[in-house]
Design a protein around this ligand. Structure first.
Ligand SMILES: [Mn+2]
Length: 500
């Protein structure tokens, strides 16, 4: 433990010195990559890789106008709005051993700030198109920066983030109290139900009980408004999503080609992780599911600790995060490199449903209605191959029978988070700019005595990430093999490479 800390502080120093060498004049390292310090991933004018500083400015303007619109519909006497959105706190595995830091996506979307212990505050008057953006950030501190790396600090933050003002995060409570005194009758927008950072939450809780009770009109969560903006991806975000999908597609193909009977789920996990990072991803977007044989029936199987035997299928649900944008792919393949005739029959039934659902998206259904379509399509195919009785004919009974084979939803929004923009309902029609997953599955229970013994306990899912466009759909993970011949070819190519 001591050794680890020691090594870490040395390497941080080394990186600081190396990077300092490249920076000129009065430029210094800030609390996150900038075009000056990281020219290999950022262009001039960008606040995050691939996203310009002006896009963040526009996001806040859109957010302010959608908030005003919401207020004009439901809170007619609100004249002023105070919005508070905190950064994610650093989480620890144990004393001083941090987990990978991941920013709160709503905060990141509106600020571009990657630092913890920061808070976004927006002051939005109801009857003017103006708004003020204030950020509370960590002050610079020579001792802390020596250990943990540079901070942007109060002085540099307004310029870096293109905001009006910045203050030390310790001043948040005084600022709020002063605001309440000078701006009576404001409406507070803060999510009290799902606190992000407990320290900020305590400040807001006492603010409400001590001060705001008498002056603030009411409080609402700003999250749904942010999610409604986030669900539509800008052209710059689409480029990042496409890249995230490409990296994960390639990593999964390489992982498929590396598998063989007797390999462990853990090795496949390590392989997909390695190739994602080597191709530019920061890390996997979530703990992947790597399930051999009947473990594929456990939808969120993440133990990934078993050996996969000859004749079994592998289900891998994995995606990566590339500059804060996630991909989410599932592939199922025979560990030996060749589907048995029975496996292939069920797989092809599932694949035909998945392909048809992707093309249905160009008609802009809601995700819930895509789920109904899945149940219908899956039922017909399962009946054809004898997994559902031919005696079942009514639409409702068919849907119910299919649901027993696929008990999860077929789609969710995808973006900065894997299950993105959770407050956007799945009953609204999809529109251009949304990215959604299409992920039907077939899970056959071990004790299902109505099916061929070879199929009992078999589980499979196929998942792609699809951008809705003006003219139809773009399958962003189409380059990841999913047709049985394509999958088997990955193994043949490996064999022929070995022979050469
Ligand atoms: Mn998914």
């Amino acid at each position: 433990m001591f050794f680890l800390v020691h090594v870490k502080s040395c390497s941080t120093k080394a990186t600081v010195q190396q990077d300092m060498g490249r920076l000129s004049g009065d430029q210094r390292l800030l609390g996150q990559p900038t075009p000056a310090s990281h020219p290999h991933i950022m262009k001039n004018g960008e606040l995050m890789p691939g996203i310009s500083i002006s896009e963040f400015h526009n996001r806040r303007s859109f957010f302010a106008s959608s908030l005003r619109h919401q207020a004009s519909q439901h809170f007619k006497d609100a004249e002023n709005h105070l919005v508070v959105i905190p950064a994610a706190p650093q989480a620890y595995m144990s004393q001083k051993v941090p987990y990978v830091y991941r920013q709160n996506s709503d905060f990141l979307y509106l600020t571009g700030c990657l630092e913890t212990e920061s808070v976004l505050v927006m002051i939005i008057p109801q009857n003017s198109s103006d708004h003020r953006t204030i950020m509370f950030v960590r002050e610079r501190n020579a001792h802390s920066e020596l250990w943990d790396g540079p901070r942007t600090g109060v002085h540099e933050a307004p310029k870096l983030f293109d905001i009006d003002e910045a203050f030390p995060v310790e001043h948040l409570n005084q600022y709020l109290a002063a605001h309440a005194k000078t701006t009576p009758g404001f409406m507070l927008w803060y999510d009290f139900r799902q606190p992000i950072d407990l320290k900020v939450h305590q400040i807001l809780s006492s603010f409400v009980s001590d001060v705001a009770q008498s002056v603030a009109k009411m409080w609402m969560s700003p999250r749904k408004l942010v999610h409604e903006l986030r669900v539509i991806k800008s052209p710059a975000e689409q480029v990042l999503m496409r890249k995230s999908c490409q990296i994960a597609s390639k990593a999964i193909e390489t992982t498929i080609a590396s598998s063989h009977p007797g390999i462990s789920e853990h090795e496949l996990f390590a392989t997909v992780d390695y190739h994602s990072r080597m191709n530019g991803a920061e890390y996997l977007a979530y703990l992947p599911v790597v399930a051999g044989g009947e473990r594929a029936n456990i939808i969120h199987y993440i133990n990934n600790s078993q050996i996969i035997n000859d004749g079994e299928l592998v289900l891998m649900d994995a995606g990566c995060e590339y500059h804060s944008y996630s991909s989410d792919i599932t592939r199922t393949w025979p560990v030996s490199g060749k589907f048995s005739p029975k496996q292939r029959e069920v797989y092809e039934a599932l694949l035909s449903v998945q392909v048809e659902l992707i093309s249905l998206l160009s008609k802009h259904p809601s995700l819930d209605s895509l789920f109904s379509s899945m149940c219908q399509l899956l039922a017909v195919r399962l009946r054809e191959i004898g997994l559902i009785s031919s005696k079942i004919t009514s639409k409702q009974d068919l849907s119910q029978a299919a649901y027993a084979f696929c008990p999860h939803h077929v789609s969710h929004y995808l973006g900065m988070d894997v299950h993105d923009t959770e407050l956007v309902e799945r009953k609204i029609p999809v529109t251009p700019g949304m990215v959604v997953t299409v992920e039907p599955g077939i899970y056959i229970k071990k004790d299902n005595m109505n099916v061929d013994p070879e199929l009992r306990g078999m589980g499979m899912r196929i998942e792609d990430d699809v951008l809705i466009t003006e003219s139809g759909v773009e399958n962003m993970t189409a380059m990841c093999a999913k047709y049985p011949d394509q999958i088997e070819n990955l193994f043949k190519q490996r064999l022929s490479r070995k022979l050469v």
